[in-house]
Write a protein that binds this ligand. Structure first.
Ligand code: NCD
Length: 307
């Protein structure tokens, strides 16, 4: 099996540092990297819709000099004819050098990786993991805060279905003395496999609360998320919960002057647009870092070194 990235833990802390250094170097001198992928092809197999993540991968490959191909919904692939993910990936392995894949089912990327001849990057599998969003988040934190240790991180919104939250927690618990405050309605609290098996088992300090206002002043970082409509079983519950949190100017007055606001995007109502020009709002910068860290990841998985 080639090197695949299915979870953020597939990279060591040292490898993460190395990737972030490469991404910073690409940002400084993009020209130096602009032909490193000449003649190579990235396949983007998106069985679930996405704009940002897919185009971020495509932009990353194009800016390295490579080419891209793929599909952006299950409807436009042979999945509609009943083809399995395992077969799709075996076929794609003949066409492309590396593949980014998103699928609505948890574990789909692992199934693909087991049958693949080329590196597979999990670009989101159901409510499970989203490792390159985590790389994006880490890169943003490193660039804007300078460190991970000793941070108090607030995560707010849909902590049950939000895969970006699940992946980021996994990555952050590897650093020293990171504390979490989880802010969600009761119905959207963290799943047990994160709360009990990861946080409690590893003695990570955390609290679960429902009111954002009560904790804003304690946070170094606030990670906002949208309520994941597509993973709800009924529309009524979604409608009841979708506007539970709205971060606006008034709430931002309760936060420290250095508290970063991150969001994986797309945003729905959970951050008022009046916050966008606040210097603490980092979610659009985050998108930019995401492209550079994906460039670094493609270089690493295809083992291309640039001096
Ligand atoms: C996230 C995702 O797909 O999980 N978006 C993204 O990758 N940019 C978050 C979301 O869809 O809410």
């Amino acid at each position: 099996m080639p090197r695949c990235i299915l979870s953020p833990l597939d990279l060591t802390v040292e490898e993460l540092d190395e990737l972030m250094d490469t991404a910073m170097d690409i940002m400084k001198d993009p020209e130096k990297y602009s032909h490193t992928m000449d003649g190579k092809v990235l396949a983007t197999l998106f069985f679930e819709p996405s704009t940002r993540t897919r185009l971020s991968f495509e932009a990353a490959m194009l800016r390295l000099g490579g080419k891209t191909m793929g599909f952006h919904s299950a409807d436009s692939s042979s999945a509609t004819k009943g083809e399995t993910v395992a077969d799709t990936i075996r076929v794609m392995s003949q066409f492309a050098d590396i593949c980014a894949m998103r699928h609505p089912k948890e574990g789909a990327a692992l199934v693909a990786a087991e049958k693949s001849d080329i590196p597979i990057i999990n670009a989101g599998d159901g409510g499970h993991q989203h490792p390159t969003q985590t790389l994006t988040d880490l890169m943003t934190i490193k660039a804007l805060k300078g460190h991970f240790d000793n941070l108090t991180v607030g995560m707010c919104g849909d902590l049950k279905f939000g895969r970006t939250v699940h992946s980021l927690i996994r990555a952050l618990v590897r650093y020293e003395n990171v504390k979490f405050i989880f802010i969600s309605p009761k119905e959207l609290m963290l799943p047990g496999y994160i709360r009990d098996d990861l946080l409690i088992r590893n003695n990570v300090e955390f609290r679960e609360v429902t009111k954002l206002e009560d904790v804003l002043s304690e946070l170094d970082l606030l990670y906002m998320t949208r309520v994941q409509r597509e993973r709800f079983f009924n529309e009524e519950d979604y409608v009841r919960l979708k506007d539970f949190y709205i971060l606006d100017r008034k709430k931002m007055e309760l936060a420290g002057k250095d508290m970063l606001v991150l969001h994986p995007l797309p945003r729905v109502n959970e951050i008022a647009t009046e916050i966008d020009d606040d210097p603490r709002a980092a979610y659009f910068k985050q998108v930019r870092y995401g492209m550079f860290i994906r460039m670094a990841l493609i270089l690493k998985l295809l083992d291309v070194k640039v001096k």
